[in-house]
Design a protein around this ligand. Structure first.
Ligand SMILES: Nc1nc2c(c(=O)[nH]1)N[C@H]1C(S)=C(S)[C@@H](COP(=O)(O)OP(=O)(O)OC[C@H]3O[C@@H](n4cnc5c(=O)[nH]c(N)nc54)[C@H](O)[C@@H]3O)O[C@H]1N2
Ligand SMILES: Nc1nc2c(c(=O)[nH]1)N[C@H]1C(S)=C(S)[C@@H](COP(=O)(O)OP(=O)(O)OC[C@H]3O[C@@H](n4cnc5c(=O)[nH]c(N)nc54)[C@H](O)[C@@H]3O)O[C@H]1N2
Ligand code: SF4
Ligand SMILES: [Mo]
Length: 694
């Protein structure tokens, strides 16, 4: 048994076939998370193992400007020489590292250690910043701990009501819907999604207005006498300050900002408050905003007011996205973190981790730049001159993508480790071919904090190395002792356990042997006298703050970075399609998935299309203050008339991130992926800004 290579649900799969050409998967019928289900991406995952253009040899850009195959020693020597040179000339922070929530725990841990020890750079961050950072900031502040779901997924199946704010699991985690059959759903989404079709109540706010809506729901919870006063008194702090912010958000005011009728707001609060067992869950639709962490906090406030978190059968959670989006944010590849979900600025944390690594705590760098800020600084006088990318395709997935591509091109050295020639690899000076999920061993931590085993069932193609082998090869060339960078995942995990011991995400009681014996282990799982059973449900007795209380957050609504005006009268939002995963680097290589969703499009309401002269299937140009996108129009009544939708899975002139800007959440540094002011015109018409059409 292993697990799907894609999303955080980490559906269990059984692989058959002795090699990549013959490999097939089917769902494991007993694993409680997917309960025999898989989505189309999971079923077709073996296709990526045998992708015709799979990378099989390291490549170096030659004097003619072309990427040319070479051998591993030449490639790694070249990278190490260039890194040494750049460090000598510009200092250790001249080298940056970009990691991923797709990496196993072992790889994420090794990457953070490699950056801090072998490169001594502070400049490391990862794509999870674009994903989980807002919800993580809110959960850490509220509960003192950030585990996406602080309860097993299967608990949802017993609930009476589940509120989903900005999440479309019917397309992004289809097997999760098996757990959402019993509960009545309240869906908050500007679009009538496949998830919303299943909802008892669908609230359709304008993109970027969830914060006002959540404040309004809290307002109603209080004014309609639904506040759980005993819970608030016994288990929380800070209610009064939060209430002072919500007091002015009466339903009609909220309706004016969000477009959600006051009666629907009342109905949502009634459903939630009257349910014996209820959950509030947020997704990227609510979180990927320049106010994403305050928005997540406002939904936490609502859950706290109703007394949900830390009770069996009720709670608050966020649906983590990437395969190891949870573990990826715990083991030290984030700019401000060390393993065990420790803060890099905490002297005790530095001393503990330096002890495990066998280095001097003084020598560890401090916090670096967040993902977008790191990409934005590349090749500038103050920023890194070299970047190593492991597990991300930022040319397609980062905000303000054209600018990011320019910054990557301005580097002295771009190194990309991948198994397919992604759009980012195509810009690299050196491309390093690595092994994939079914060819490597490790652990992943799913959306409920459960640690799972990834198993090596096939041999990698000749010429391919694992990420851990690449890191050791570079570390040794940079003067590190080989034993400091083990390549056996089991050895790395043994060290990760020690590094995490005593931290917020404590893995010290978890072992490959326990996982192989079939134990379900959710962190924290400290090592003790006996075998610790893990912690499937957190906060039942106390929250993780020293006084055991959860914190309300005094947050208020504010507008998005760009609001519509005469030039850019519409709101564009972006998101996912069932058939593709993220930047599409993997799924666009699977024929069945490409056939299901072959090309970029912009979804427009028919009334809006009429107004702007757009016709179904015709090419259009979508413009924002940051750039423009070419895509075909797809008419859909699922949209609000003021909103258009673009999937972000495609590269080139149809890449949705050509539209998004550089606004960041001040606390989490999350980009504003979910709302951009745009104009949409038929591609032959004149540009509304007066510039010439491209
Ligand atoms: N098929 C597929 N599945 C995936 C992935 C994938 O790429 N493809 N990626 C995985 C990852 S990394 C992640 S993070 C998850 C993401 O999973 P989701 O959060 O479910 O995915 P999104 O489509 O980004 O956004 C969800 C919904 O937010 C809505 N939305 C847009 N703007 C707003 C807004 O302002 N407010 C509200 N309330 N809603 C808004 C969109 O209409 C969309 O339906 O999916 C995981 N699963
Ligand atoms: N407009 C818009 N943009 C978004 C979002 C949105 O909703 N709207 N969502 C954001 C979110 S939530 C996320 S998570 C990001 C994700 O966006 P990306 O970070 O670009 O994620 P992927 O497309 O999964 O890219 C992973 C790359 O790494 C490779 N890879 C996979 N596994 C490994 C591995 O183990 N080792 C190595 N070396 N390589 C590997 C894959 O082949 C692929 O090329 O996109 C963000 N961008
Ligand atoms: S829901 Fe996620 S983990 Fe499950 S098969 Fe689909 S992509 Fe894979
Ligand atoms: Mo994500």
């Amino acid at each position: 048994m292993t697990h799907c290579p894609y999303c955080a649900l980490q559906c269990a799969t059984l692989l058959s076939g002795a090699d990549a050409p013959s490999a097939t998967v089917r769902p494991d019928p007993v694993f409680p998370v997917n309960r025999g289900g898989l989505c189309q991406k999971g079923w077709t995952a073996p296709e990526v193992l045998r992708a015709p253009d799979r990378l099989r040899a390291p490549m170096v850009r030659g004097p003619d400007g072309e990427l040319t195959p070479t051998d591993w020693d030449d490639a790694l020597d070249l990278v190490a020489d260039r890194l040494r040179e750049l460090r000598a000339r510009h200092g250790a922070d001249a080298v940056g590292v970009f990691g991923s929530g797709g990496l196993t725990n072992e790889k994420a841990y090794a990457l953070g250690k490699f950056a801090r020890v072998a490169l001594a750079t502070s400049q490391i961050d990862y794509n999870g910043r674009f994903c989980m950072s807002s919800a993580a900031a809110a959960a850490n502040a509220a509960f003192g701990l950030d585990r996406g779901l602080p309860f097993p997924v299967s608990d949802l199946g017993e609930a009476d009501v589940v509120l989903l704010a900005g999440s479309n699991p019917a397309e992004t985690m289809p097997p999760l819907m098996r757990h959402l059959e019993r509960p009545q759903l309240i869906v908050i989404d500007p679009r009538a999604t496949r998830t919303a079709e299943r909802a008892a109540l669908h609230l359709r706010p304008a993109p970027g207005t969830d914060l006002a809506l959540a404040l309004g729901l809290l307002h109603l919870a209080v004014t309609e006498g639904r506040l759980d006063e005993d819970y608030v008194k016994e288990r929380t702090a800070g209610f009064e300050e939060a209430w002072q912010q919500a007091v002015g958000w009466w339903p009609e005011q909220v309706e004016r900002i969000t477009g959600v009728p006051a009666s629907d707001q009342r109905e949502a609060v009634r459903l939630l408050a009257e349910a014996p067992r209820a959950y509030v869950l947020t997704g990227r639709g609510a979180e990927q905003h320049s106010k994403g962490s305050d928005t997540a906090a406002a939904f936490v406030n609502l859950a706290l007011a109703l007394g949900l978190p830390g009770r069996i059968g009720s709670g608050y959670g966020t649906l983590t996205g990437q395969g190891n989006g949870q573990g990826g944010r715990e083991h030290g590849q984030k700019a401000d973190q060390l393993p065990g979900y420790r803060m890099i600025t905490d002297p005790d944390a530095r001393a503990h981790v330096a002890g495990v690594w066998g280095v001097d705590a003084e020598a560890l760098p401090g916090p670096g730049r967040s993902a977008y800020e790191l990409l934005d600084a590349l090749g500038t006088a103050q920023g890194p001159r070299a970047l190593l990318v492991f597990g991300s395709n930022p040319v397609v997935s980062a905000p303000r993508a054209a600018h990011v591509a320019d910054r990557l091109s301005a580097l002295d050295l771009l190194v990309v480790a991948d198994f397919v020639p992604s759009e980012t690899a195509a810009l690299a000076d050196v491309v390093l071919p690595v092994a994939q999920w079914a060819e490597e061993e490790g652990t992943m931590t799913n959306l409920e904090g459960r640690v799972l085993r990834r198993r090596p069932l096939l041999s990698p193609p000749p010429g391919v190395r694992t990420d851990l082998e690449v890191l050791r090869g570079l570390a040794v060339r940079l003067g590190q002792p080989a034993h400091r960078f083990p390549t056996a995942p089991r050895e790395v995990f043994a060290e990760l356990r020690r590094a995490s011991a005593g931290g917020r995400a404590d893995y010290s009681g978890i072992s490959y042997d326990r996982l192989d014996a079939g134990e379900a282990l959710h962190w924290p799982c400290p090592e003790g006298d006996g075998a610790h059973p893990g912690t499937p449900r957190l906060f039942l007795d106390r929250f993780a703050h020293p006084d055991g209380r959860a914190r309300f957050a005094p947050v208020d609504h504010r507008p998005s970075a760009a609001v519509p005006d005469a030039t850019f009268p519409l709101l564009a939002t972006t998101g996912r399609l069932l058939a593709h995963y993220q930047s599409g680097a993997q799924t666009r290589r699977v024929p069945a998935l490409l056939a299901a969703a072959p090309a970029p499009f912009v979804e427009v309401h028919p009334d809006t299309a009429l107004r702007y002269g757009l016709a179904d299937g015709e090419p259009a140009v979508v413009r924002s203050a940051h750039g423009s996108v070419e895509a075909r129009v797809r008419l859909s009544r699922a949209l609000r008339a003021d909103t258009v939708f673009l999937p972000f899975h495609f590269p080139g002139p149809g890449a949705a991130n050509l539209l998004t800007g550089s606004a960041l959440d001040p606390r989490s540094r999350m980009p504003e992926f979910k709302v951009t002011a745009v104009a949409v015109t038929p591609s032959v018409a004149a540009d509304p800004t007066g510039d010439e059409a491209p």
